[in-house]
Design a binder for this molecule. Structure first.
Ligand SMILES: N[C@@H](CCC(=O)N[C@@H](CS)C(=O)NCC(=O)O)C(=O)O
Length: 241
């Protein structure tokens, strides 16, 4: 189903909870307005938008998606809406739609969220043991990605990728694999997830994703001076070896 109007994606100038949607719209050639709210330590650009619930949505947070008269908040709900609205739900069986929903839910809750929390951790909790937190988070992420890989093999996700268009869940999986490498650098055990590593390098949307990453070099989160925070995390992980 083709939407009548191009949607507007409103989010911070960060990868965060919206980058996978940027990939999806671009890979599928769907016009959209990528409305970025500038990041700064005092969130000056965000304050007036936050106050205006016609822009910031019911919970005054981003992302929101404006599409065909709807103002949709909450990342998982936006992902489900996009999957349905742009015709992908009807291309899949009921079982496969459930699988796509399960994968996106797990990637939001078990990968995207802990990575963002870790990036912010020492800014939020002064004196926190960053090395211990980074090590434990990475262990849990590693276990999670093993489970994701095993399950996607069982679901024959990779075997059937070429039989359908790139969908929201693929874009989210690619983005989380990219973020894990960006944040954990040499510590991320990509090689121990061979099927995920293969998906990452061979993804048919990869050139578009790479172009988007190069065109706008956004941080993962709005944490001030995120590169230094990521360097501290990687240094802490090296020191715990
Ligand atoms: N449950 C929401 C969380 C959204 C959220 O926390 N967004 C953050 C940016 S990633 C935000 O808008 N922060 C600004 C604020 O809370 O004022 C979702 O899944 O979309």
């Amino acid at each position: 189903m083709a939407p009548s109007n191009a949607p507007t994606l409103r989010y911070f100038a960060a990868r965060g909870r919206a980058q996978f949607l940027r990939y999806f719209f671009r890979i599928r050639g769907l016009g959209f307005t990528d409305e970025e709210v500038a990041l700064s330590a005092d969130f000056a650009a965000w304050a007036p938008i936050r106050r205006d619930r016609t822009l910031s949505g019911p919970f005054q947070k981003l992302p929101v998606l404006e599409c065909d008269g709807h103002l949709i908040a909450e990342t998982p709900i936006i992902a489900a809406f996009v999957h349905r609205h742009f015709g992908d739900e009807e291309k899949l069986s009921a079982a496969d739609n459930l699988r796509h929903a399960m994968l996106t839910s797990s990637l939001f809750g078990d990968v995207m969220t802990p990575v963002a929390l870790l990036i912010w951790l020492d800014a939020m909790y002064a004196g926190v043991d960053l090395a211990a937190a980074a090590k434990r988070t990475l262990e849990r992420l590693n276990a999670q990605m093993h489970n994701v890989e095993r399950t996607l093999i069982e679901w024959q996700w990779f075997a059937h990728l070429a039989d359908r268009p790139v969908m929201v869940a693929d874009c989210l999986l690619w983005e989380e694999l990219s973020v894990l490498q960006h944040v954990f650098g040499p510590h991320v055990p990509l090689g121990s997830w061979p099927e995920l590593a293969h998906f990452y390098t061979e993804f048919s949307g990869r050139a578009v994703c790479d172009r988007e990453l190069l065109a706008r070099q956004r941080p993962v989160t709005g944490r001030p001076d995120e590169p230094a925070a990521i360097a501290r995390l990687q240094h802490a992980l090296s020191a715990t070896k």
